[in-house]
Design a protein around this ligand. Structure first.
Ligand SMILES: NC(=O)c1ccc[n+]([C@@H]2O[C@H](COP(=O)([O-])OP(=O)(O)OC[C@H]3O[C@@H](n4cnc5c(N)ncnc54)[C@H](OP(=O)(O)O)[C@@H]3O)[C@@H](O)[C@H]2O)c1
Length: 251
């Protein structure tokens, strides 16, 4: 039996990942701020997979103390947590210097400090267990600096990707620990984060399809995955080298 903790499980990728991992036989610890959504999701998953165990808790990832308390409470519920998916994220933003520091700050706080708190709490649990799988949801936007509303969001996702790689490097020097780190960089996947964007987004896939690619990379414990592989694997390589005036058109 394997237990996966998913943050930001009340909508989009997090909720769909919960469905797909439960169908694959995993038990779940789910959290987010909207607990009514989590309760509904729990009911839905248990109706489809009656053998599974699903626990839910309220969590605002910008509340540092709550992140540690909730992760420890889930660990106490299940005895062990095999995997943590740091998925909660915010996509608010405005071009830098246009008077919306509030929106950019909220995104930076949630996606950087919130992700760091989750990662600290998860890695503490894994160090105590001497095993575990840390999954960080970054974004293809982390590949390069991005213009418009996405500048701060993309920078936060670059932080997340480097955080994961740094921890993986740290753990390489600690042979007694069996802890894997996966950094996942999704391309455009339909979710609440982008459902109000009117402009067509390149290579957008629906939530189920996109999450299937994420789940496969997680289950394969890939250290680093751009998903869906087509077109985002080659696109990532191109993004690294293309001139900024071309890259900026991706947003
Ligand atoms: N969709 C895409 O195209 C795409 C692409 C690349 C990466 N991603 C990443 O995928 C992850 C999931 O996003 P999504 O696309 O599924 O968007 P979404 O539908 O908006 O889901 C975001 C989730 O994060 C949670 N969340 C936001 N702020 C939170 C906070 N302060 N505390 C706790 N939970 C919080 C939300 O739950 P509550 O509001 O209930 O708290 C919600 O469950 C994010 O990290 C996002 O950056 C998405």
């Amino acid at each position: 039996m394997s237990v996966t903790l998913i943050t930001g499980a009340s909508s989009g990728i997090g909720a769909e990942l919960a469905r797909q991992l439960a169908a694959a036989g995993e038990d779940l610890a789910l959290c987010a701020r909207r607990t009514d959504r989590l309760d509904d999701l729990r009911t839905e998953i248990l109706a489809a997979q009656p053998g599974r165990r699903v626990e839910v808790r309220a969590l605002d990832v910008t509340d540092d103390a709550a992140v540690f308390a909730v992760f420890r409470a889930f660990a106490a519920d299940f005895g062990t947590i095999d995997r943590v998916v740091v998925n909660a994220g915010l996509g608010k933003g405005a071009p830098v210097g246009t008077g919306r520091f509030d929106a950019n700050r909220a995104t930076a706080y949630t996606n950087v400090i919130g992700a760091l708190a989750q990662t600290e709490a998860a890695t503490e649990l894994f160090r105590a267990q001497k095993r575990g799988h840390l999954v960080l949801i970054s974004s293809m936007s982390a590949m390069r600096g991005m213009p418009k509303k996405v500048t701060v969001y993309a920078a936060t996702k670059a932080f997340v990707a480097h955080l994961g790689e740094g921890i993986r490097g740290e753990l390489l020097g600690e042979p007694g620990l069996d802890i894997d780190v996966s950094v996942i960089l999704p391309g455009y996947i339909r979710s609440e984060m982008n459902d109000k964007v009117k402009k067509p987004m390149p290579f957008m896939v629906d939530t189920v399809t996109g999450t299937r690619a994420i789940a496969a990379a997680i289950q394969a414990r890939k250290p680093y995955a751009r998903v869906p592989a087509w077109p985002w694997r080659p696109m990532g390589t191109a993004m690294r080298h293309l001139p900024l005036k071309v890259v900026r058109r991706l947003t």
